[in-house]
Design a binder for this molecule. Structure first.
Ligand SMILES: [Zn+2]
Length: 276
């Protein structure tokens, strides 16, 4: 059994901001169409290390992607590489660091801004390279990729929440209002995706602190939401998925055989775990 999957990583979204400001996602939750889990992100609580952690299921100290200036390619099996090995179609509308981790590095906007190359791990890409690239434009980029290329796995990664946190801090109206805008953008697209049968995960790499940064172990830096939507998930409130389980769970939903990525069986519906 296999499903198409959309993974949305809202850069820098701390758990309580998500719970308090994302009215549309919370509405889905109240209607039992979404389940929210609380994750503690891996360390250091920084972007590039955690992109790698989410996409490969490997912690930064083990992947070697330990800070944002490590610009080499990933040397781990990722959702992208495993999906390609299984002949699935991959796409991403994401920050250019994803292009550097899984396609080519260093990023060259002239070459990589729009990517269409069936030989690359991310076959179809729309990669931006400014942190204030508007989230609603990024969601439209992602929808264009979805409509034109019909990917089995689509990564969507907007940056504005993190950008707001770096400018105004975690406990700020700017940070919260940017989160509300991301929720509104999601409400524009999520109903169509769910109606078409996609499995959707909405999460974050790390949170934010009141020093306008992140990287350490403060609760507000580490706690992030994971909303799951779709019939491939168990929606068991007692399941305890971790950030490093996202990769394995997505591989399992995509029907990839023989991957060695961890995931908790009670996080997925039994048809996807082989536990029938
Ligand atoms: Zn940041």
């Amino acid at each position: 059994m296999s499903k198409k999957v959309i993974l949305i990583v809202l850069d820098g979204l701390e758990y309580s901001a998500g719970e308090q400001c994302m009215g549309f996602l919370q509405a889905l939750r109240e209607q039992n169409k979404a389940t929210l889990y609380k994750l503690q992100c891996e360390l250091p609580s920084m972007s590039r290390p955690l992109y790698e952690a989410i996409l490969t299921g490997v912690a930064p100290v083990n992947s070697g992607i330990v800070h944002n200036a490590v610009t080499r390619l990933s040397n781990q099996e990722s959702i992208f590489s495993l999906a390609r090995s299984a002949n699935l179609t991959t796409a991403a509308a994401a920050y250019h660091w994803f292009s550097e981790l899984y396609n080519r590095t260093p990023f060259q906007a002239k070459r990589d801004r729009y990517t269409m190359d069936s030989e690359l791990a991310i076959q179809y890409g729309s990669f931006y390279h400014q942190d204030h690239y508007p989230d609603d434009h990024l969601f439209a980029d992602a929808e264009a990729l979805r409509r034109h290329h019909d990917p089995d796995f689509l990564l969507i990664h907007p940056m504005n929440i993190d950008d707001a946190g770096h400018k105004a801090g975690w406990d700020s109206s700017k940070y919260r209002n940017t989160t509300r805008h991301a929720d509104m953008a999601l409400s524009e697209y999520l109903p169509d995706w769910l109606a078409e049968g996609y499995q959707v995960l909405v999460t974050a790499d790390h949170g934010m602190n009141n020093d306008f940064s992140h990287g350490g172990t403060l609760t507000e830096e580490r706690m992030v939401p994971l909303y799951v939507l779709g019939d491939g998930f168990s929606h068991d409130p007692d399941a305890q998925p971790q950030q490093l389980d996202i990769c394995g769970a997505v591989c399992q939903l995509l029907g990839i055989k023989g991957h060695n990525k961890p995931y908790p069986k009670d996080f997925l519906e039994t048809h996807f775990t082989g536990a029938l």
